[in-house]
Design a protein around this ligand. Structure first.
Ligand SMILES: Cc1cc2nc3c(=O)[nH]c(=O)nc-3n(C[C@H](O)[C@H](O)[C@H](O)COP(=O)(O)OP(=O)(O)OC[C@H]3O[C@@H](n4cnc5c(N)ncnc54)[C@H](O)[C@@H]3O)c2cc1C
Ligand code: FES
Length: 307
């Protein structure tokens, strides 16, 4: 890694939201200047690392930083969880990629984030608010301990409905419960935007279908090159095949084939598990080697046997 690369993408802040979710703030003034809501980056943690797509969860043009919120699900995201500390740098950050979300021209919108989708929905909620829309935020978490960024959302939403699976914070139930409440209270919602696991986004699209509310979802298929060349991120939308990296990642949720998306997401499960296991084994060997290399503690406090 040369000096220019190591200083370009320095991690300037880190926050751990839970055992598996962490935030990285990265110095990248050009990207911070160019980023808009709905876009993503492709990141390589080190020279031989995998390229992984991550949504730009926030950007600060003045500070020249972008924020990523990452869930440790497999080899690369766990490796980053271990290695990415303040003061270290990412090897490569490419972006902003993807078509910016279409924001504006609507009076009332609902922004829905489920679990990790809460982070990437934030720039959309803020941009809708800046466009003059009345914004209803609906955030879903498994329990109170996993809730994050509630205050950040309160600052840009006119109403906020927090939902937890166990009812330990906000209302009890999935985000679809929150959507039902919002629709019951407001007959004039013009658009809903949802980001989260495919099953959640499908549920959101079904919740709005009968009400004919335009529903946009941000798709997360496996991406490789991010340039529309490899076909890895192929998704079915209505009668058409689209590439999420260049045609998306936002698509009309009422037209997305979520079954196809889900099936494609688990296609490489065996190879992913093998990669994770190999990495874990490597960590164990390194830890054991480091422990073996530590010299025994000096017996400074022990009484002298010479006396
Ligand atoms: C546009 C987009 C934005 C995303 N934004 C975020 C985000 O903000 N935060 C976050 O935590 N995750 C995000 N993801 C998902 C993230 O890229 C994957 O979790 C990550 O690549 C997993 O890599 P891994 O080696 O840790 O796990 P692996 O064990 O390799 O994979 C775990 C699962 O992640 C998915 N995945 C694996 N490789 C890729 C890949 N190259 N591209 C996309 N998905 C993959 C698959 O469903 C796989 O089963 C986004 C994905 C896309 C397409
Ligand atoms: S990632 Fe290769 S075509 Fe989209």
């Amino acid at each position: 890694m040369n000096q220019a690369q190591s200083s370009s993408f320095e991690i300037v802040a880190r926050e751990d939201f839970s055992d598996v979710t962490y935030l990285l703030e990265i110095r990248h003034p050009m990207l911070a200047k160019a980023a808009t809501a709905g876009q993503f980056v492709i990141v390589m943690e080190h020279e031989h690392g995998e390229r992984i797509p991550l949504t730009i969860a926030d950007f600060d043009r003045e500070a020249g930083t972008i924020t990523l919120v990452i869930q440790a699900v497999g080899k690369t995201t766990r490796e980053m969880q271990t290695n990415c500390q303040v003061g270290t740098s990412l090897y490569a950050v490419v972006g902003p990629m993807g078509i910016p979300s279409q924001i504006g021209g609507k009076k009332k919108v609902v922004c829905v984030g489920g679990g990790l989708g809460v982070a990437p929905i934030f720039p959309q909620a803020r941009a809708w608010k800046e466009s003059g829309a009345y914004v209803i935020g609906v955030l879903g978490f498994r329990n109170r301990g996993l809730v994050f960024w509630e205050e950040k959302f309160r600052a840009c939403c006119d109403e906020l409905i927090v939902c937890t699976d166990d009812g330990s914070a906000g209302i009890k139930g999935l985000v679809t419960e929150g959507i039902k409440q919002a629709i019951a209270k407001h007959a004039d919602i013009e658009e809903l935007v949802a980001i989260g696991p495919p099953v959640m986004m499908k549920g959101c699209a079904e919740a709005t279908r009968a009400h004919k509310i335009k529903t946009m979802v941000s798709l997360n298929p496996v991406m490789v090159d991010g340039t529309g060349m490899c076909g890895g991120c192929r998704v079915k939308v209505g009668e058409r095949v689209k590439f999420a990296c260049v045609d998306g990642p936002d698509f009309d949720g009422h037209l997305v084939d979520f079954e196809d998306l889900t099936a494609r997401l688990v296609r490489y499960k065996r190879a992913e598990n093998e990669a994770l296991q190999t990495w874990k084994d490597g960590c164990r060997i390194r830890t054991a080697a480091e422990s073996a290399a530590v010299p025994p503690p000096m017996a400074v406090d022990q009484p002298s046997t010479d006396a």
